[in-house]
Design a protein around this ligand. Structure first.
Ligand code: COI
Length: 354
């Protein structure tokens, strides 16, 4: 397939890097490609960033048949641009698509198209430490039809957004609320894939958390409301009595790429992560015994996000001494050093742009 390129006539001004937040500013160009049953995926093109014009009956608007990914491009000190484990994102993209009854994309082609897009919009990769260019590949159902079935047509697009920290707290401890009222996903459902509906399902509880002063919701399993799952925008880790623990993937937890990176680093450091079921009761007991040393989230957007306080029912648990914990710091430094080209990349996680 030939990738067509049409460039924007006027380029937008770049944002002030010191004021970057998350996901509000978008670059000059985007990638687009269409699917129909006769031609398969066709017409791949890079063109100026622009609205997607659609019929009000377009299926994605009604039934949420959509998937997305999140990955980042980093600028090194020498000005080179590099991606972090991008193949993993495109693999997961196809896994999500499969669950949403979408046709698979050619992962290698998508990655090449992304690299072309990045070359064109390279000036949008910010260079301050802690900033990056967030990449959002998305596929949406495009049939103009309001009956319920899988769409026959799709649009695949990639947009780019220069970002700073995901949470307003930056790399400082966040406060999370454990809900025993709402659930995000159940086994056999969509919890393990990146589809819009999972995020829509998290909003109501998220607003309740915000109202009582908490940044995020920590979800429990949807069957017994007992076992800890994930935060929605990140996976979760605990350090209890020197054991690093993360909930095992149950089918309702997203298989995070940063989660996997943490696991691989921990293995290498001779401190393997225990992937197992962990209940909220175990967490409370560990806290009461003074054994809950640390808690942190992991995600592409969030990187490593220390957790400083957890609320469950009427119980408030302060974690550690309110500062960034030893392991949070160690994982954060190791991951970001590789991403920004400060440290060696022995595992081939970095893909240079050129
Ligand atoms: C990511 O970490 O890339 C995510 O997709 C989480 C969130 C921004 C939805």
């Amino acid at each position: 397939m030939e990738l067509k390129i049409s460039r924007a006539e006027a380029l937008k001004p770049l944002p002030d890097e010191s004021e970057l937040t998350f996901g509000t500013v978008f670059s000059d160009h985007m990638f687009n490609m269409d699917y129909d049953q006769n031609r398969g995926w066709h017409n791949p093109r890079i063109e100026p960033y622009q609205p997607i014009v659609m019929d009000p009956s377009t299926m994605v608007l009604h039934y949420g048949q959509s998937i997305f990914e999140g990955l980042k491009a980093f600028k090194t000190e020498s000005g080179a641009v590099q991606l972090f484990r991008p193949e993993e994102n495109f693999k997961r993209f196809n896994r999500s698509g499969h669950k949403l009854c979408m046709p698979p994309i050619d992962e290698a082609f998508a990655l090449e198209a992304l690299k072309e897009l990045l070359k064109i919009d390279k000036r949008w990769v910010p260079s301050t430490l802690g900033t990056s260019l967030y990449i959002r590949p998305t596929i949406i159902a495009m049939d103009p039809y309001v009956g319920v079935r899988a769409s026959y047509t799709y649009r695949f697009f990639i947009i780019l957004s220069p970002v700073g920290a995901y949470y307003k707290e930056g790399f400082n401890p966040v406060k999370i609320w454990v809900t025993d009222k709402y659930v995000r996903a159940v086994r056999g459902g969509m919890g393990e894939v990146k589809t819009a509906g999972n995020y829509a399902a998290s909003l109501y509880a998220g607003e309740e958390a915000n109202r009582i002063g908490y940044t995020q919701v920590l979800w429990l399993d949807g069957v017994e409301l007992k076992y800890i799952e994930e935060v929605g925008s990140m996976n979760i880790f605990f350090v209890i009595d020197d054991e690093i623990i993360t909930p095992a993937l149950s089918g309702s937890i997203l298989s995070g790429i940063t989660r996997d990176t943490v696991k691989q680093l921990a293995d290498k450091w001779g401190k393997p992560v225990s992937e197992r079921r962990i209940s909220i009761d175990e967490l409370i007991a560990a806290h009461e015994a003074g054994k809950l040393q640390e808690m942190f989230g992991s995600g592409t957007a969030a990187v490593i996000s220390p957790v400083g306080e957890v609320m469950y029912k009427d119980k408030i648990m302060k974690i550690g001494d309110g500062k960034v914990g030893k392991w949070s710091q160690k994982f954060f430094t190791a991951i970001t050093d590789i991403q920004y080209g400060v440290a060696e990349d022995p595992d081939g996680w970095i893909m240079p742009l050129e």
